[in-house]
Ligand binder design. Structure first.
Ligand SMILES: NC(=O)C1=CN([C@@H]2O[C@H](COP(=O)(O)OP(=O)(O)OC[C@H]3O[C@@H](n4cnc5c(N)ncnc54)[C@H](O)[C@@H]3O)[C@@H](O)[C@H]2O)C=CC1
Ligand SMILES: O=C(O)C(=O)Cc1ccc(O)cc1
Length: 307
């Protein structure tokens, strides 16, 4: 059992990420106590019943009182309103962080509401699932996964403490500037989600293939490829509205490449297709191997199956 890194943590928004953080902090003794805020009585009750929060509050303002760490775990588009509400109630010396999938927009929305004497260290765990809500969280979600911190000019001690929390939850931590983060994520996460959503839409519009056939035969690539299209619509609407520039850039490049492949298929240019797939397969295999080599350290806590 580790020593608590923060005496009191407040989680705003009690969905997948917040509940997973709470489970992890409890499991490894990283927080003295965990307070939570959710808008609905149902979610607040679930947090107490499951046991990942010690206390829950009807308002975010009440939840953050006395907290040493405040985690904003709401959709990116809701960050501004939450920051505005909690700003006047934050404890001097506390740290505010977030887990949003986009960083420039969150910094712009939250920073103006963080008072002098409170540290703001934006973050983003590169770990998640297609599930959401308070029942979907689990303690090992962040193990052996990266968490990116975007500290800009934040106090180094506050950054080091937040880093220790993520490391305590089993993550590997890197620091990055917000604009670069948004470009990296547009390639590795945001555009792939958009394409997965689109593929489901394409299948749905194709009246010659029935829905039951899609379900029955979806083993052939469709199931793996579109798992992420089951993700929360509010969260992903906000990602695309707030990381507009980078996703449009990557989407433009994607459609250019797709058109070249489309032309190769129409022209029967098998050489082009084979060369392209050979090159991209090698890249994909390289990513998997590199991932295995540089997997985040598990700090001796990797659990066996069923733990
Ligand atoms: N789902 C994933 O795989 C990942 C999500 N993220 C980011 O984490 C954040 C939270 O996502 P999840 O936990 O997956 O979502 P979730 O949908 O499971 O939970 C978000 C919760 O915030 C609540 N909420 C929305 N607006 C609110 C407001 N104004 N005040 C209080 N609560 C509010 C929702 O009702 C919901 O319960 C998002 O910003 C997302 O971009 C980051 C990494 C992975
Ligand atoms: O479910 C998956 O594979 C994901 O990609 C989860 C995810 C979603 C959003 C993020 O910002 C980070 C991770």
């Amino acid at each position: 059992m580790s020593r608590p890194i923060y005496d009191r943590v407040a989680l705003i928004g009690l969905g997948l990420i917040a509940s997973s953080m709470a489970h992890a902090m409890k499991k490894w003794g990283l927080a003295g106590s965990v307070a939570g805020h959710a808008r609905t009585a149902e979610t607040r009750a679930a947090a107490l019943e499951i046991g990942f929060c010690d206390e829950v509050f009807e308002t975010a303002a009440e939840a953050v009182k006395g907290a040493d760490l405040v985690v904003l775990a709401v959709p990116v588009g809701a960050m501004r309103a939450v920051a505005e509400e909690i700003g006047p109630h934050l404890k001097p010396g506390a740290t505010v962080t977030d887990v949003g999938s986009v960083k420039q927009a969150v910094v712009a929305a939250v920073a103006p509401h963080v008072p002098e004497g409170v540290h703001f260290v934006p973050g983003h765990p590169l770990a998640g699932t297609e599930h959401s809500g308070p029942h979907s969280g689990f303690a090992t979600l962040f193990q052996n996964r990266w968490c990116l911190l975007v500290p800009a000019n934040a106090d180094p001690e506050a950054v080091a403490r937040l880093r220790a929390l993520w490391e305590g939850m089993g993550s590997y931590v890197d620091e990055m500037d917000a604009a670069h983060h948004d470009l990296v994520l547009a390639v590795t996460s945001h555009t792939p989600h958009l394409i997965a959503y689109t593929m489901v839409g394409v299948a749905d519009h194709l009246s010659r293939v029935t829905e039951s056939e899609v379900i029955k035969y979806s083993a052939a690539g469709f199931r793996d490829f579109t798992r992420i299209a089951a993700s929360d619509p509010t969260m992903w609407r906000d990602v695309f509205l707030t990381n507009k520039e980078a996703t449009l850039d990557i989407l433009g490049r994607f459609t250019e490449e797709l058109f070249v492949l489309q032309r190769a298929i129409r022209m029967g240019d098998g050489q082009h297709l084979h060369d392209y797939f050979t090159r991209t397969r090698a890249i994909r295999r390289g990513i998997i191997e590199a991932g295995q080599d540089t997997a985040a350290p598990d700090f001796g806590r990797t659990k066996s199956a069923g733990d």
